[in-house]
Design a protein around this ligand. Structure first.
Ligand SMILES: [Zn+2]
Length: 394
């Protein structure tokens, strides 16, 4: 049996709060002990000791919105066209999964890709065949006929509650461990507006019911205010993007416990490289930028719980960008502590993963050690770090 690891005299962000001068003992079986460093148990003496002075230990990050089969090329449509076979898609997903892990992202939710390629990579990681973060994969996203993503392999077109229900069942049969509903238009699909409402209330409810019966989280891609509201009322678990948010819908999200995933990396990736991204996408991203900033402030003020979703794979938004998303959320006005909770405890709750997301005895030892204190300065997450996945160093 491998030696356990003891991180000594370290600041711990446990997923909820911060404590100084802590010690954390863990191994492949999980986290064994957390407490004040001077009171470390005897076992800690026999462990491999890591000096945590001046550093912060936190749970492995959780990115609830990635597209593992996409690398973040400037020309999103071309990258989508080039995804011609599931084998090629799986190879790309495998490499991008590892990029997430190296960046301290130990759990991801893949919200749309070709067929079952990401599902296969999730299985390969779980079986220990390839290294990677824990992957929950939605298989193909569900969209209305002619809706966002209809022209590329990452989604399937369905209309009517019965068809939505059947499609959710089929994705689950294919191995999906999350469900993605595209509730409005989108930025990266040419020829359609970003904000129109897509699925009807009945369609959304049919999809949500089916997924919840199987204890799977439901993510709704929703940009426009009406589509956001419809998805919230239908009972989805997270609103992805959520660029337009009224105060009344924000209150509804608080009451229902709906998480908000602001995906700022996606907007920034496009706007910060406007000269190299397709003009239609830049135009639509520009049109929602102000709304997005306002929506984040509304959410913070109202108490909507955030999760960290990067939409990695979209233009200039490469994998492993969860630390950057935390920095962006703080820059846009979220208290850093909340941005860190978003990427840890909240993400685990959304994804219904009881064994990760916090630093507590009994939890899996998915851990990240960074220099400095990310609560004081989230940019410390961007620098080099040590990562453990299930107690083993990455
Ligand atoms: Zn996405």
């Amino acid at each position: 049996m491998a030696k356990p690891t003891y991180v000594a005299n370290v600041t711990v962000f446990d997923g909820i709060k911060v404590r100084k001068r802590q010690g954390v003992l863990f191994g492949a079986e999980g986290i064994q002990w957390v407490g004040a460093h001077p009171r470390a148990p005897k076992d800690a003496r026999d462990a491999r000791v890591v000096d945590g002075d001046g550093k912060t230990l936190l749970p492995g990050l959780i990115d609830v919105h990635v597209h593992l089969q996409f690398d973040g090329e400037a020309d999103f449509e071309k990258e989508a066209r080039d995804l011609t076979t599931p084998g090629f898609a799986a190879l790309k997903a495998m490499v991008n999964a590892k990029r997430n892990l190296d960046a301290g992202v130990t759990t991801v939710r893949d919200l749309g890709g070709m067929g079952g390629a990401s599902i296969d990579v999730a299985r390969a990681v779980a079986a220990g065949i390839v290294p990677g973060p824990r992957i929950l994969a939605a298989g193909r996203a569900l969209t209305v006929t002619g809706g966002h993503g209809h022209s590329i392999a990452f989604s399937r077109e369905v209309d009517g509650p019965d068809a939505v229900r059947a499609a959710v069942r089929e994705e689950i049969r294919a191995g999906a461990t999350a469900i993605k509903l595209i509730a409005t238009g989108g930025v990266l699909t040419p020829g359609i507006p970003a904000t129109f409402s897509a699925f009807t209330a009945e369609e959304l409810e049919a999809g949500v019911r089916e997924a919840h019966e199987r204890n799977l989280s439901v993510a709704a891609h929703a940009i426009g205010a009406n589509g956001v509201r419809a998805a919230v009322l239908a009972g989805v678990d997270s609103i992805e993007h959520c660029n337009q948010l009224t105060a009344s819908t924000a209150r509804e999200m608080v009451a229902r416990g709906t998480f908000r995933s602001p995906t700022i990396c996606a907007v920034r990736g496009i706007l910060d490289h406007a000269d190299r991204v397709a003009a239609y996408a830049v135009e639509k991203a520009r049109a929602i930028e102000d709304d997005s900033r306002k929506a984040l402030r509304t959410a913070v003020r109202t108490g909507v719980r955030p999760v960290c979703g990067t939409d990695a794979g979209t233009p200039f938004n490469t994998h492993g960008s969860a630390p950057q998303e935390i920095v962006h959320m703080a820059e846009w006005g979220m208290p850093p502590l909340d941005a860190l909770r978003a990427a840890t405890a909240n993400g685990a709750e959304l994804l219904r993963l009881a064994h990760v997301g916090t630093v507590e005895p009994g939890k899996q030892a998915d851990l990240v050690l960074v220099d400095g204190d990310p609560v004081e300065d989230p940019r410390s997450l961007l620098a080099r770090k040590r990562v453990w996945r299930a107690g083993r160093p990455v």
